[in-house]
Design a protein around this ligand. Sequence first.
Ligand code: AMP
Length: 209
Amino acid sequence: MMVGSIVLFGPPGAGKGTQAGRIVDLTGKPQVSTGDMLRSAVKAGSPMGMAAKKFMDAGLLVPDEVIIGLIEERLQEDDADSGVLFDGFPRTIPQAESLERIADVTSVISIEVPDDAIVERIVGRRMDPETGEIYHVTFKPAPTEIESRLIQRPDDNEDTVRARLEAYHTQTAPLADWYAERGLLISIDGNASIEEVGSSVEAAVRTND
Ligand code: AMP
């Protein structure tokens, strides 16, 4: 029987990926990021990856059946037995309903950031392909010696961000109430420094122990 899992919830650019590392260190639960899984499938050129890429490039959500299939497969791995940290999943009510049937979610940590802060965060975001570490040109500059190898996600441009925000507000945001009704939602202010948000995330994880 799988023990409790945590959901990291919030708009694109809220800092979910950045804060996930801290939760993994604190709890030992593996991070399960549907965005990372989809990007790996795109890179591998699998039929699923090719189909998903069209949605991702347009800033739209990948269909629920695809995502639920990915998650079902991932939760069968041995390291999922002691619960996982979901990052970027669920993103729709049908996804949350499916998740309810296959895992025990014990808390949902929602990182709240207003829309006007998000575009600046996403457009300045860069990733180190060697370590997966996420940087920001202004808020978290990378060391000079690795600057030349940093990459920008293809969907991290202003037009796509607007579409992703729209998808978030219409399809994902209603999940906050859905989880609040179940007594699982812990909201934290994500419009602060990485360290401050990190402390709130840590407090939320400890409260839940
Ligand atoms: P992320 O890295 O979480 O921002 O996800 C990048 C893109 O992958 C999103 O804009 C969606 O196109 C797709 N995606 C990731 N997770 C999900 C999900 N749970 N449901 C639907 N689409 C997703």
